[in-house]
Design a protein around this ligand. Sequence first.
Ligand SMILES: [Zn+2]
Length: 302
Amino acid sequence: MSYKKLSRRNFFYGIFCSTCSALILPSCAEVPITKRKQLNFYRYNLPIIIPTGGGIPQIYRNEEHLNQVIEKQYAKFINDARSRNILIENTDESRELKEIGYHLSNSINKYYNQLSEPSPVKNFNWEFSLIDAKDNNGNPIKNAWCMPGGKIAFYSGIMPIAKNSDGIASIMGHEIAHAFARHTVEKLTQHSVVSLGTQGILKTDYGNIIAQNPNIYNRILKFGIMLPFSRAMESEADYMGLAFMKMSGFNLNESAEVWKRMMKNSESGPSLEFMSSHPSSKNRINNINNWIQEIEKDYYTV
Ligand SMILES: [Zn+2]
């Protein structure tokens, strides 16, 4: 194993997927690009089942089904934002955001096409929106998020931190990476495993189990979609975000600058929502700086 690979993998301490060995599954799925092992029921044609606190469990049959559910939720979110006049449309900033989002996602597909490999996101229906929302104290919300299947939202408060198109691409690349790497599917699979694991078996009559054990299921997180990602997932998204930036021809160095601005902003100003789920540290910036050289060598602009 080359030093390069070691240095990259070294940081993805989650590669030895302990959950996988505890289950009778052929092997863990592998995340493209980082090769981290990940538990993903959909790779084995298993449904994801999330208890809903004693009621009928939420079942996502397969990735297509999950993405359909998300598509509706996102549409509802957008309609709601529009009706509250906080959806920013047809401004230079909103257009730039969409352009950068589509440029990144198209570049990923092009990159895989050139390798004659199927793009992991070829079936995604990307959407990018800019929201002008304030928190309870009247401060602009500084956040960005991504739902499965490529549904992304930026809040206008994060735009001054992004500052320029390379900065937007840094945050966008990171968000795209969460969808690309199926981080939500992984989280939901883990919840599914935890729930079903309490019974010691995977294949069982889910409805009965839940009816007999309401307390267990009440304690389990009912809906994992908007929960923060793990540190390993965050690091992975940072790494992949840089790779996507390189494929798309953005300036990778700006990525570290964005995180520096995030840190500075959260030290001086009101709470930064993005930072609560994306704890920044010198460590994170150091990792990004270390990875830039590696990415510059390993990837090319399509
Ligand atoms: Zn993230």
